[in-house]
Design a protein around this ligand. Structure first.
Ligand code: HEC
Length: 328
């Protein structure tokens, strides 16, 4: 009884499995219609996810969204191209990117202050294909209706803004690799970033690594460069510098903390927090005289700063009292 049943179930399943296989769209094949339209890769969500941005929409999609919450965009690339890029820092032929633009919502379920992604608003593709009827690099639009993209996408003409902006601002070939964090590092290491590409400002981790491990002169040059060219970069914000200063003190690098916080104090001369931290750093470095002078300055600054949070003011006062007591 049993073997017969097993056999009959298996026999019944074979045609079903074959049918499912035939119906599943190819993961990454390129298919064009006779008029040169590109077939939509329905399984792009199984590709490699490169990054997500908020409010990074440009051109027609941005204009259509004017006055509404900033949209999300998600970028996917064909898996074999991703693996090739890790090896070479370049895109192989037949590389396909899907840019998915989704609406943003902030009220729903447990979410309070954040934003999450909802319905599909637009889908575009960027494709490298040397045998394409539309040129080696081509952009496609798949109009979305009822939340679903069209089955075929029309190529954009070479005069479209896509070519202009991607041509002028991308880090690698025709693609915005500078915004795909894992790949940007690969491209920098492999030296495949375009020669005229203006590098992104050093991020918080890069600044912390240089300040912690390199001679101060090198760290200072990096910080000076950031202050001159990207003063609003997160890596040189008051909060980031203060946090790094504390981390240096906690890891026994008080002398470096002093240098960093002296530099930071010149950058943010009104910052009570940085002045308070500098006093701490002098103390940690065993320089009691400077710790006293810096503490007195922090107290004066706290007094003059009418916008200072009362809890902060109290904390600065208490830290000062403790320092002055031990330094005399
Ligand atoms: C003003 C500049 C600008 C214009 C114009 C522009 N893009 Fe982009 N595009 C970007 C940026 C920046 C990214 C990086 C991803 C993001 O949005 O975060 C990107 C990413 C993409 C990607 C993902 C793959 C890649 O190339 O990095 C696709 C696909 C894409 N754009 C399609 C288009 C199409 C189609 C058009 C024309 C209708 C267009 N873009 C016009 C700036 C632009």
């Amino acid at each position: 009884m049993k073997p017969t049943l097993g056999f009959s179930i298996a026999a019944a399943l074979v045609p079903l499995m074959l049918a499912a296989e035939a119906a599943a769209p190819a993961l990454a094949g390129l298919e064009y219609s006779r008029s040169g339209e590109l077939k939509f890769p329905e399984r792009y969500r199984e590709w490699v996810f490169l990054s997500s941005g908020v409010g990074m929409t440009y051109g027609p999609a941005a204009a259509a969204n004017a006055g509404r919450p900033k949209m999300f965009d998600n970028v996917y690339v064909t898996p074999e191209s991703y693996r090739a890029f890790l090896e070479s820092g370049k895109w192989p032929d037949k590389t396909q990117f899907v840019l998915e633009i989704r609406s943003s919502e902030s009220i729903g379920s447990i979410n309070k202050g954040g934003s999450f992604q909802t319905d599909l608003s637009a889908i575009e593709m960027n494709v490298k294909d040397s045998s394409s009827p539309n040129g080696e690099w081509a952009f496609y639009d798949f109009p979305v209706s009822g939340g679903k993209p069209n089955g075929y996408g029309k190529p954009f003409p070479k005069t479209a803004s896509c070519f202009q902006c991607h041509g002028a601002n991308t880090a690698v070939e025709n693609t915005f690799v500078q915004f795909y964090p894992t790949l940007y590092e690969v491209a920098l290491n492999k030296g495949t970033v375009k020669v005229n590409f203006e590098k992104l400002p050093a991020n918080t981790t890069q600044v912390a690594t240089t300040v912690t491990s390199d001679p101060w002169a090198k760290a200072e040059a990096l910080l000076d460069g950031l202050a001159a060219h990207s003063p609003s970069a997160n890596s040189v914000s008051e909060a980031s510098l203060n946090q790094l200063g504390h981390r240096l003190m906690q890891t026994g690098k008080a002398a470096t903390a002093v240098k960093l916080l002296e530099w930071s104090g010149q950058q943010y001369p009104k910052s009570v927090n940085l002045q308070d931290s500098l006093a701490d750093a002098y103390m940690a470095a065993g320089d009691k005289a400077r710790a006293t002078t810096a503490t007195e300055k922090a107290l004066k600054m706290a007094e003059a700063d009418t916008a200072l949070d009362p809890a902060r003011r109290k904390a600065v006062g208490e830290a000062a009292a403790k320092r002055l007591k031990t330094s005399h």
